[in-house]
Design a protein. Structure first.
Length: 262
């Protein structure tokens, strides 16, 4: 019996290493048996060590790509990654206004792992006022959460502030915190819902945040509730990192088809 895969519309940047960005999203969604419809928001030139340059897609072309898919296919969920600038973010928010019931997972990509900006302008206010109010789930790492909610005293307060911007759920990942075990926290309905611990893996990875958010979007597209989709996405991401390898001279890359490894 053949099953028609659900479609996830993805807005993300192209990364030629294949570790992060649109390649990460397509691989992750494919591993879940979900069809990725990729809208390219930017093209980066980078290796596994550093970002060299990037160019942002014209917002009109972003809109045209997204409308072409939305008017043709039954999209089940939307995921955003690197948007490149506030003009693209505003364009995407305007399109999504026409689809208020579509689940939206936001990976609030601000910088590379090394801290280089992945936006041509200050995109923070656009996230706060245009996209986060529309989010089903946002998946900041702890550094991104502090940048999005700079007045908050601690990560719990950051989560409350981000929820008060209008997101239904916030998952703050704990990889960047200096603790031996990694502690991820899912918040929703003005409270901490779940505290998920994972062992820390050796190495520094490129594309883990993209993998996690795409896996969450896959779960939502397959009909899971947010806490279930998040738990499964964290397990999946951890397995891709454990199976990952150092293909270049810098960060390790996840391996998203670990189930194929013999
Ligand atoms: N998207 C693109 C195109 C990128 O180049 C990067 C990082 O360099 C990211 C997203 C974020 O990557 P990560 O999943 O490692 O946070």
């Amino acid at each position: 019996m053949s099953r028609v895969p659900p479609v996830v519309l993805v807005f993300a940047g192209a990364d030629p290493t294949g570790g992060a960005g649109i390649a990460a999203d397509i691989e992750t969604l494919s591993a879940f048996g979900v069809h990725a419809a990729p809208v390219i928001t930017a093209i980066t030139a980078q290796d596994t060590t550093e970002l060299k340059q990037f160019t942002v897609t014209d917002p009109e072309l972003v809109i045209a790509q997204a409308r072409a898919v939305l008017e043709d296919m039954p999209v089940a969920a939307v995921k955003t990654g690197m948007l490149g600038g506030s003009a693209n973010l505003a364009a995407i928010a305007t399109i999504l206004d026409d689809y208020p019931d579509l689940p939206l997972v936001i990976d609030p990509v601000l910088t590379t792992g090394a801290g280089t900006a992945l936006s041509v302008d200050d995109i923070l206010n656009a996230y706060r006022s245009l996209l986060i109010p529309r989010a089903t789930l946002i998946t900041p790492n702890s550094n991104e959460a502090r940048v999005l909610a700079p007045d908050a005293d601690d990560l719990d307060a950051c989560a409350q502030q981000i929820l008060s911007m209008g997101a239904d759920y916030v998952l703050i990942t704990g990889t960047h915190e200096p603790q031996p075990m990694i502690n991820h926290r899912l918040y929703g309905n003005r409270r901490l819902i779940e505290n998920i611990e994972q062992p820390r893996l050796p190495h520094d990875f490129h594309g883990s945040g993209c993998t996690l958010a795409a896996a969450c979007a896959a779960g939502l597209a397959l009909g899971a509730e947010v806490p279930v989709a998040v738990g499964e996405a964290l397990r999946f991401t951890h397995a891709t990192l454990a199976a990952g390898s150092r293909l270049g001279m810098g960060q390790h890359l996840p391996y998203r088809f670990f189930e194929l490894k013999r």
